[in-house]
Design a protein around this ligand. Structure first.
Ligand code: E4P
Length: 217
């Protein structure tokens, strides 16, 4: 299982990458706005310099032809750029065309197993089911991930599953137990994955005892 960071915040990306556990980054227009980037392409270029792995950057058009043009521009930034395309009829057309051109795609805003099936058939390299947003409306986001894992396994689809819209560490554990390929996590959730009250308590006790008994290395 791989961990991606779900942010466009350069400082958070730099910090998480320094921990040695990051395999990629996902962004979306909301995250880019939140990070306050004036120039989206420069931000993507900067992220690619920090993390040596797939970096998802989303198109802004809703017509296939325009999505393809934007995808071509974004993919020229760096070989690791993955084009995020929203699930819709025009999006499927764009995914198919881009896959023929060898441009990698991440089909985003996936909320049903049928959408994930179509994304894989169209040739998406990644699919992003949004578990948190499904939970928000009283559905079971992880049930969707389980269905996609099973369907892709049944037919040997190579499309990788990125569990997205992660809200808390349990989402990541459940994604891992189900065999999802990737979880893309906000920095706050990643920090919670590292910490445990008993670990902090244990570190404090070891440090105190080492100090009291004047241990040195
Ligand atoms: C990642 O690919 C998605 O854009 C992101 O996880 C959405 O998360 P949200 O539902 O918290 O906005």
């Amino acid at each position: 299982m791989e961990i991606f960071l779900d942010t466009a915040d350069i400082n958070a990306i730099r910090e998480a990458n320094s921990w040695g556990i990051l395999s990629g980054v996902t962004t979306n227009p909301t995250l880019v706005a939140k990070a306050g980037h004036k120039d989206f392409k420069s931000a993507v270029r900067e992220i690619c310099k920090i993390v040596n792995g797939p970096i998802s950057a989303e198109v802004l058009s809703l017509k296939a032809e325009e999505m393809i043009r934007e995808a071509e521009k974004l993919s020229k930034i760096h070989k690791n750029v993955i084009i995020k395309i929203p699930m819709c009829e025009e999006g499927l057309k764009a995914i198919k065309a881009l896959s023929k051109k060898g441009i990698k795609t991440n089909c985003t805003l996936v909320f049903s197993a049928n959408q994930a099936l179509l994304a894989a058939i169209a040739g998406a390299d990644y699919v992003s089911p949004f578990v948190g947003r499904l939970d928000d409306i009283g559905n079971d986001g992880m049930k969707l991930v389980a269905e996609i894992v099973q369907i892709y396994r049944n037919y040997g689809f190579k499309t990788k599953i990125i569990v997205a819209s992660v809200r808390h560490p349990m989402h990541v554990i459940e994604a891992a137990l189900l065999g999802a390929d990737i979880a893309t996590v906000p920095f706050e959730v990643l920090k919670k994955m590292v910490s445990h009250a008993k670990t902090s308590e244990g570190i404090k006790r070891f440090m105190d005892d080492a100090k009291k008994s004047k241990q040195k290395i």
